[in-house]
Design a protein around this ligand. Sequence first.
Ligand code: 5RP
Ligand code: CO
Length: 232
Amino acid sequence: MTNPRVKQLFEAAPAILPSLLQCDFGNLEREVRRLEDDGCQGLHLDVMDGVFVPNISYGMPIVDAIRKLTDLPLDVHLMIQDPGKYAQAFSDAGADLLTFHVEAVDEIAPVIDNVRSLNMGTGLVLNPGTAIDAVTPFLDQIDVVLVMSVDAGFGGQAFNPVAIDKLKALRAIKPDLILEIDGGVNLETIGSCREAGADLFVVGSAIFRSSDYAAALDRLRAEVQRHDPHSS
Ligand SMILES: O=C(CO)[C@H](O)[C@H](O)COP(=O)(O)O
Ligand SMILES: [Co+2]
């Protein structure tokens, strides 16, 4: 991995990545500063097109605005049809790690090659109903598998435990693969994700519905530490 911000993010793992979907967009700079001050090691940006998922969030201009606000690694989760068509634009906007859904493309390999050629970290995303067989042929070509624990499209949904078995299976297949989990991750669910092998934890509601982000992040980090499979 040659992208220095992605390298920095992976070295920080296990790490919590706030999903900005539910942040206060009217005060974006204040939100980003708060998360930086609270010791976050990266930000998760959810791009939804109203086609691949039944919801629209934001696109390149917001990624670009956040890039100008911070040097933190930007993990851009594309929930869009035909992601390869937009890889260059998201690279230009400042994405460091670009993840796209296997369900959104007919041919996965050319999109991986496209993202890699732009020197971004590359990740494949699996919705809860998609088996890991969809990503296993590509594990040597990618940097991350993002396992969804909700159907992509909305924040604030309940955690689907099918993700736990997928994390364990992927960890068993490739012990050094970076595994990311997204959807319904909170104080009750984050520990089992860590035990199952997750390295990067996307958290939206459990941070942004709290009045004290720092305290919410500290509690989540303590729970990750408590469930670290490497500590006795
Ligand atoms: O990709 C996503 C939704 O499709 C978001 O990253 C995710 O939902 C985060 O929010 P929450 O922690 O509230 O589930
Ligand atoms: Co996401």
